[in-house]
Design a protein around this ligand. Sequence first.
Ligand code: BGP
Length: 476
Amino acid sequence: MKLDSNFLWGGSIAAHQCEGAFQADGKGTGIMDLVTIGSYQQPREIDSEINPNKRYPSHQGIDFYHRYREDIALFAEMGFKALRISIDWSRIYPKGDEEQPNQAGLKYYQDVVEELLKHNIEPIVTLYHFEMPVHLVKQYGSWANRKVVDFYLKFCETVYQALNHKVKYWVTFNEMNHIDPQTEASDIFTYIIAGLKYSEIENKKQTLATIGYNMTLASCLAVKMGHEINPDNQIGCVFGIEPVYPVDCNPENVLNAFQQMDRDFYQIDAMCNGEFPKYKLNEYQDLGIELPINPEDSQAFEHGRLDFIGMNYYASSVAEYEGSDANSSALFGGLQNPFLKTSKWGWTIDPIGIRYLLNYTYRKYGLPIIITENGLGAVDKVNQAGEIVDDYRIAYLSDHISEIKKAVELDQVACFGYLMWGPIDLVSATTGQMSKRYGFIHVDLDDEGRGSLARTRKKSFNWYQQVITENAENLK
Ligand code: BGP
């Protein structure tokens, strides 16, 4: 099998990382509007109110809100077939529990979608990418409260209707799989998903299991609703999964690695197999966790199955030795893989991992997969001629795309698109930095918010343009 001629080449961005304009046209405060800048070593601070003396990168983003036409024209110039955007919930329902949506917020996204369609770029819309109204966290306790599922569904319905027949590909959630009752997390990881700092969550196991269940249920209900509104809708969910390798071939370590990787799949199981997995219910029962299950939930799992799976892939990790207390992933500061190099932010660079993940996931579910994120966060330097020669980014992307091609052409995986993360430099989710750059397009903005915001094509811009034109036929 060859890469399809309609293969969806493009990129992915998220509202809170690019839009800025954090109070424009009636937008409410979203959870990421309260997070400061950090770095690889220094975690981002999470405040409960906006402190006027601090800088919050989402407030400015890269000003995509006002410059989307210019930016989309640049994506079109590269030949994008698709762009994944997210809808900031707090633009549509500023507090989350209003009766009526904010029309100005809806109009903005309708305009963005029109602009994409004008350039023949397929919009892929994520309904929840770390953008929850803060009010829902403070007033209702976030996803631990079932009412939030209803507010989310109301938001989904509003957006499905507003963009009906314009948008065909939808994503219910981005990376909800980072919530796991049995894995210790840093504050930012539970915060980006649910607006709650890990260290402050009371009764952690119970609360995180409930959040995971409610979000999984919400995704299934949103799929069901989206199909009812328009049977042509193709609805998926995006997961951020790392292949986890054993530290050696000691069967205990191999099993340990398998089990660790498997923890990230229970929500996909629930969304593909028509029921919330029994093994998870039994596990929770053994831990003394009680899930807030309603009898009618089974209908949601039965009728809310995904049409496709979105995979965000950046890195692989190595599991600690069996019995070790340490948390293992390289991404979160665990063991390094001696066979692989890492990025400046410590993320392993493992192109074969994407082929492994595609194979593993496709064999498990048989559903079409789209790579919804993949890219290299790097420090770019503008040379004396004003150019950015980002050969390291080209090498990273080229190596990963080669492995995707092998997965499709040699392993018969149904992968229907590749969306590079951050085709334009934007704010990093984990660190808040601008200096962690992913883009084909450079944005003149530094970590302190200084710069003209001017957009410049990097060397990789022309490279990706050629990859798309040739459908990746002549990769080096
Ligand atoms: C993914 C998120 C994205 C993006 C990406 C890169 O997990 O879905 O929003 O940010 O990671 O991470 P970072 O921006 O921290 O480098």
